[in-house]
Design a protein. Structure first.
Length: 177
């Protein structure tokens, strides 16, 4: 009985320790922006409001309403950078997405990962698949993204984030917001 009690305490302690270690920040927002614009002086952020037709399309892309009413983005000479949060399974994955002047994805970087599984999406072997992808039709990507076994929800979150960034990039080019 005493062994069982000790064993259960060890298992419980290990479980809580793994939850504490689940959040990992890989790169700060500021450092991502410096990398994206290749400079120390960053453009001031702009804002796009998630309302009316934009809200409807973003909801379709994500499969649920976005958790913010307005979203900051950074723009310089037609290039935009988006810092987006999307839930993988239960917690937000924060991703930096850079869209170039040809409306192609230039970079996808996981800035922070808070889930206990699916962290493989942070690696270059996965994120490099997004480079040069464009929006097709209204909200689809023009190329297939290969998944990762055991990380389906995280993969889907990053795909949704990139689709959303491409859509919002286009909206900032075609309408006043």
């Amino acid at each position: 009985m005493k062994r069982l009690l000790i064993f259960s305490h060890i298992v419980l302690f290990s479980f809580f320790l793994s939850l504490l270690q689940a959040e990992e920040i890989y790169i700060s927002q500021e450092n991502y922006l410096k990398k994206a614009f290749a400079q120390d002086i960053l453009p001031k952020p702009s804002v796009i409001w998630i309302k009316s037709d934009i809200k409807k399309t973003v909801t379709e892309i994500l499969g649920h309403p976005y958790h913010q009413l307005r979203l900051k983005y950074w723009e310089k000479a037609g290039k935009t950078v988006w810092i987006l949060n999307e839930i993988g399974k239960e917690k937000y994955i924060t991703t930096g997405i850079t869209i170039n002047t040809q409306a192609q994805i230039e970079d996808v970087t996981v800035l922070a990962f808070r889930e206990s599984r699916g962290w493989e999406v942070k690696h270059d072997f996965f994120t490099q698949q997004f480079i040069n992808i464009m929006k097709q039709n209204d909200t689809q990507l023009n190329q297939q993204i290969d998944g990762i076994t055991g990380a389906t929800l995280s993969v889907n979150a990053l795909k949704a984030q990139t689709r959303m960034a491409l859509y919002l990039h286009e909206k900032t080019r075609t309408s006043s917001h």
